[in-house]
Design a protein around this ligand. Structure first.
Ligand SMILES: [Zn+2]
Length: 455
């Protein structure tokens, strides 16, 4: 089966061209071929933009957050929503297994959970404890099991201590993997949580004060310092939100440190702490860690995205139903943490970055797709428009608008933090491995068509 996409603006890594793409079966077969190739299907995309399918490096599908709460999206509904937003691959942060489990326990469980996915998916492994067996297993998984990145937490139930952080960094460096860390200082967050509880300040609007910028920046600084100390071990900071964190990254890079990778998320770029000042019911909808920050932090993040300090934009997609979020209204500790966004990211980032702030399309493709593919080792199969790469493509129509209304957002969640937002483009078509899976904002793909992304 051969398909020709004709006459579009095609965003290559080297620049934009106007021309044709030939898809043959699952792959990109030719870009602007000189001779006439006979095809089965021709799509006129004049005036539209073809980009490499977006990669969301940070999602939480089918997440059991505690005994009480399960995220609203499973791998089917979550990847349908992702596809509708132009995303053709996700790398999911998987959940903990019972204490004492080997690392493969969670990974094997997620292989079962993800069989219904409609786009390709990878996993970041997860670290709960560190000992000799875990380090041996970690290296084996990175080398042989297609999971090249792992996540450790500095807070919640399983904070990684300094010695373990060093052991993990040394291990990933040895086998060319990546350590990703949720950076928030456990002591600082505990300190504030305890004081606030004693003073009865548990209403949802107090929540962001329990996780100040310093909590993030301190741990970012420590994480990358240790990585640098070990000879530039690959260190990836997830969901960066604070100006001070970015300053530490810039400082270490200026001293010559390499292999620091920085992710932010859509919510930190487009939402800010003012949502916590509305009502406690509203504030509870935005309980996530780190919390939303000030306009000043937001400006710093945009600057960092434009100057290359930040490499990737994820979503941390982890939605919970309104009734569950509402449990945090009077006491923020009772609500599950996380918000939706896997569908909204593509069009919202196009609008905010390209339309409003003039980000060049090549840079946009980098932060939405190419950089994540390179960092997480699925490039050039993913993340680029090149002959021989998977035909994962999104066609954007920049001449239409698209409003985020309940009926067009396909997450199972019953609210979107971005409802009412009007994007300055729409998703015309999405191809996953050469198959048309979204046509005019409608999902036309197949349950289970996604496969595991061996990275
Ligand atoms: Zn997360």
């Amino acid at each position: 089966m051969k398909t020709k996409i004709k006459g579009a603006t095609v965003v290559l890594e080297t620049g934009c061209i106007t021309g044709d793409i030939i898809i043959e079966d699952s792959l990109i077969a030719a870009i602007n071929p000189t001779d006439d190739i006979a095809v089965d299907c021709e799509i006129d995309a004049t005036g539209q933009i073809v980009l490499p399918g977006f990669i969301d490096p940070h999602t939480h599908m089918s997440l059991q957050q505690s005994e009480k709460f399960r995220a609203a999206d499973d791998f089917y509904s979550g990847t349908v929503a992702a596809a509708l937003g132009g995303t053709t691959a996700i790398i999911d942060h998987i959940a903990f297994s019972p204490a004492g489990s080997p690392l493969m326990t969670s990974i094997e469980r997620y292989h079962q959970l993800a069989t219904d996915a409609v786009i390709d998916y990878g996993f970041h492994g997860v670290i709960q404890r560190v000992d000799d067996d875990i380090i041996t297993e970690l290296k084996d998984i990175i080398k042989n099991k297609g999971v090249s990145s792992f996540k450790a937490y500095s807070t919640y139930g399983f904070p990684v201590n300094d010695q373990d952080l060093l052991r993990l960094l040394a291990a990933v460096k040895e086998v060319d993997g990546v350590l990703t860390v949720h950076c928030e200082n456990d002591g600082i967050t505990r300190y504030y949580n305890e004081i606030f509880a004693k003073e009865g300040k548990t209403a949802a609007h107090h929540y962001p004060q329990t996780r100040p910028n310093l909590a993030e920046a301190e741990t970012v600084g420590r994480f990358i310092d240790w990585a640098g100390h070990l000879g530039d071990a690959p260190a990836y900071i997830v969901h960066t939100s604070a100006r001070q964190s970015l300053q530490r990254v810039v400082q270490n890079r200026q001293q010559g440190q390499k292999n620091i990778f920085v992710e932010t998320c859509t919510q930190y770029l487009v939402l800010d702490e003012s949502v916590y000042q509305q009502s406690d019911e509203q504030a509870a909808r935005f309980i996530m860690a780190p919390p939303l920050r000030t306009k000043d932090d937001q400006a710093a993040l945009w600057q960092a995205l434009f100057d290359g300090t930040v490499q990737t934009v994820g979503t941390d997609h982890c939605p919970f139903m309104l009734a569950e979020k509402k449990l945090g209204e009077a006491d923020y500790r009772n609500a599950p943490g996380g918000i939706a966004g896997v569908q909204e990211r593509g069009l919202m980032m196009y609008t905010e970055a390209v339309v409003k702030r003039n980000m060049p399309l090549v840079d946009f493709a980098n932060v939405m797709s190419t950089n994540a593919a390179k960092i997480f080792k699925c490039y050039p199969k993913k993340g680029t428009i090149k002959v021989g790469s998977d035909a994962d493509l999104v066609i954007l129509n920049p001449n239409q608008t698209f409003e985020f209304k309940r009926e067009v957002l396909k997450s199972n969640c019953d609210y979107s933090p971005y409802e009412g937002y009007t994007a300055k483009a729409s998703i015309e078509k999405v191809f996953s491995k050469g198959e048309l899976i979204v046509d005019q904002n409608k999902f036309v793909g197949k349950r289970g068509a996604g496969s595991f992304l061996h990275r």
